[in-house]
Design a protein. Sequence first.
Length: 214
Amino acid sequence: MSQSIIPRSAVSGAASGVIFLAFFGTLWAGIGIRGLHGWGFLWLLIISLLIGVVMLIGGIVLIIKSKRLSNEMGEGDSNRWKRKNMWFGINFGLEGLLIGVASVICRSTNHLDLFVPVMALIVGVHFYPLAHLFHVKIYYFTGSLLCLLSTITLLTLPVRVTWENNQIMVWWITVGFGSALILWGTGVTVWQVGYKLLKRVGNGSKEAEESFRF
């Protein structure tokens, strides 16, 4: 088996993770911005987009750099990655389905305010199977933080407050910006690991694979 087979898979996997985390982190920041009802809209939007774009570029650079590694795979490795991708798709699809069901329930019961914290809870839970599937231990931490953020918000904070005659959506702001920071922080960590893997290709595929299990 070629030494660089596993590093190529690990680096491209890290890059994909960074891109996903950049995109969804920016979406969560948008929820937080919307909850402010116009307060600081332009500056917060610019900052959020800049963070998302920088992370996106980082993920793309990892993909480009990983191209120099061998893409040759044995049959066992190929089947293993196909199964991983299949379960990733199932997990992602189930997450989307549960979010859709939560949206319908919250709307039909006139409790739309609950939707954002519940969505964060669903997103947090979906990180646990990803952590097991891709051997990325930090995803356990990410999922736990998202679930904790959602739970604390629901139990301790008011839904909204009035400030200078403007109604501020506290739940949306807290969960939106909090989730964005959690996902962005995870993305930066995954990017760092992917970049380190590029430097460790020459040390053998086994060592590189183990270094991805952080």
